[in-house]
Ligand binder design. Sequence first.
Ligand SMILES: Cc1ncc(COP(=O)(O)O)c(C=O)c1O
Length: 369
Amino acid sequence: MSDSPPTAPVVRPGILDIAPYVGGESKIPGVNRIIKLASNESALGPSPKAIEALKAHAELMHRYPDGNAVELRHVLGRHFGLDAERILVGNGSDELISLLVRAYAGPGDEVLYSRHGFLMYAISAKGVGATPVDAPERDFTADVDALLAAVTERTKLVFLANPNNPTGTCLPASELRRLHAGLPPHVVLAIDAAYAEFVEGEDYDPGIELVLASDNTVMLRTFSKLYALGGMRVGWAFCPPGIADALNRLRGPFNVSAAGQVAAVAALEDVEHARRSLAHNRKWRDWSTAEFTRLGLTVIPSQGNFLLVRFPDEAARNADAGFEFLKLRGIIARKMGGYHLGHSLRITIGTEEEMRLTASALADFLGSR
Ligand SMILES: Cc1ncc(COP(=O)(O)O)c(C=O)c1O
């Protein structure tokens, strides 16, 4: 082997193993009216107050944002009854996932999550040269025993999306406590509650209880779902002081734009709009679950703003064929091969008209009117 230096830049090990994240499609050539149900965006769109706040801020776009996002963190603190000092905002919760992995894992370490867990956990792990490890699920739901059984001395972080995207399933607070109790205290438990606002049911904790009771649990939240600010890129984390300190050192000084900060404050304060969006989601999630089931599809009961819909196995009626058929009607769903769920499509809850058109297209596809 020659000792001569490389003749081109050499990317670090692991980076080229990353299958780039493929977002939902948003265009179909030749189709003017698109029904985009591919990215779990809000059916009703953003709060008019957030739009106004953004417009009012436009003339100040030459100014750098507040690097400490003081107002946003304090508004979040008041809204959720949390200490603002322990809140950190990020360029979407995606950035917070990546910061956590960069802060706590490196080459040779393991980052654990459940089999159908959100793809960014594996992508972030590979980005730092760590090994992503997935634990089996039971009934498309994270399995605490399987997660604990997969912990090794190399495990540095465990990510649990609760509810999970793309399955829509959720663990009760008692299971979260059991997961936390079984982890060594040096392992970070990141509870990704991107869809927390949509959950119904008594025994649910987005993670706050555990963050308050321990030094190794973080709760991640986002403005991209119920608050409909996906394009603004604003997420937040509620952390123990030690973890907040580490992430604050690592993050960019202006990681959330000024536009994102003002829009997020206004969106959070528009309680009425959030309530309307939630009621809409509940109504059309229930309706779509019933309709798709009536057509012969298998729908996992969802706690999010989307449904995981299983298609028949035969080639003419499978998920890929369904995806293409919907596309011909201008409807974009999300393929699930990347999540080991190639037999299913994920369909976001859209407007009433969008859901009626989707159900009607699926009925035509399946020939089951
Ligand atoms: C479970 C989960 N976590 C995190 C995110 C990232 O959200 P964002 O970066 O828009 O805040 C998503 C987005 O779909 C998600 O589904």
